[in-house]
Design a protein around this ligand. Structure first.
Ligand SMILES: Cc1cc2nc3c(=O)[nH]c(=O)nc-3n(C[C@H](O)[C@H](O)[C@H](O)COP(=O)(O)O)c2cc1C
Length: 281
């Protein structure tokens, strides 16, 4: 058994880039909502000095079209599929979980409890997890926000409510200004900040949660190299996801897998997973 590499939700379309998805151990869908959504108006993506801002806002086909069109096409690609689920109330989330329960081609349900580009559900993350747990036997991962003031406490609460694992982290809210006009470059002004600058934030969240709960952790945030992936594992992750890097380097999964192995070997570890928790000294 070795470290699995996944994509961050929303950072890869396996239907248009099947060759990239085939390099991964599982494919995570873009967050699915109850109804189809067009997302936010453009401009929705801008590059900044040390990362990228997006305000896509959960664009997607909705659960009906996902089940009848998208999921069968993903299954035909023989991918292990993690479905990212979102909504605006706990019943939205739980309703989608119930619909996914009919399908045996879903490996994990990842609850996106942390999208900075839409208004959040009024319930707490733990209440949403509890509502989903009642309606599904699927493995449930809770994706938490790095903006959380006490992420370890949230981790304890979602695990107590029935989460089987954690995905850490989603983007942080940010803004970029046009240097000439000093107006926001994104139409909605705010967006989710991702990329290299997120790595220290992700490392801190992974370590804090690994100390608080004993469930598998998917680490993501700013991974660009095998060294970055190894650091997330040292902090406590057992799975690593690639996000923004996939927009610029479609060969990243294979490259990072090779680099990860080399970085572990160079430190005397037979398998990168043996590094898990080393930072928790
Ligand atoms: C363009 C874009 C779209 C995203 N869409 C989603 C989404 O639908 N659901 C979700 O949970 N996270 C979404 N994310 C967040 C990523 O999955 C990931 O958590 C974040 O980008 C941090 O990883 P990175 O720094 O490696 O990109 C999106 C990120 C980007 C850049």
């Amino acid at each position: 058994m070795s470290v699995s590499l996944l994509n961050g939700s929303g950072c890869l379309d396996a239907l248009t880039a099947p060759g990239v998805a085939a390099q991964l151990d599982a494919f995570v869908t873009k967050t699915i909502t109850p109804e189809p959504r067009e997302g936010n108006p453009p401009v929705r993506i801008v590059e900044t000095e040390a990362g990228m801002l997006n305000s896509i806002g959960l664009q997607g086909p909705g659960i009906d079209a996902f089940l009848t069109e998208t999921l069968p096409r993903l299954a035909a690609q023989h991918l292990r599929v993690w479905v990212s689920v979102g909504g605006f109330s706990s019943s939205d989330y739980a309703g989608i979980c119930e619909r996914l329960e009919e399908r045996d081609d879903v490996d994990v349900v990842e609850l996106n409890l942390s999208c900075p580009n839409v208004d959040e559900a009024p319930e707490s993350a733990a209440e949403i997890v509890a509502a989903c747990r009642e309606r599904t036997k699927a493995r449930l991962y809770a994706k938490l926000s790095p903006a959380n003031s006490d992420i370890a406490e949230s981790a304890r609460a979602v695990v107590a409510a029935g989460a089987d694992g954690l995905t850490l982290v989603n983007t942080l809210r940010g803004m970029a200004l046009d240097p000439a006009t000093l107006k926001p470059r994104l139409a909605r002004a705010f967006g989710g900040y991702s990329g290299p600058a997120l790595k220290p934030v992700a490392l801190a969240c992974v370590l804090a949660c690994a100390r608080a709960v004993d469930v598998p952790i998917v680490g993501l945030g700013g991974v660009q190299s095998g060294q970055d992936a190894l650091e997330l594992i040292a902090a406590g992750a057992s799975v690593v996801s690639l996000g923004t890097i996939l927009f610029t380097d479609p060969a990243a999964p294979g490259r990072i897998r090779d680099e990860l192995k080399c970085e572990a070997t160079a430190r005397g570890y037979g398998d990168p997973l043996e590094v898990r928790g080393v930072a928790n000294g």
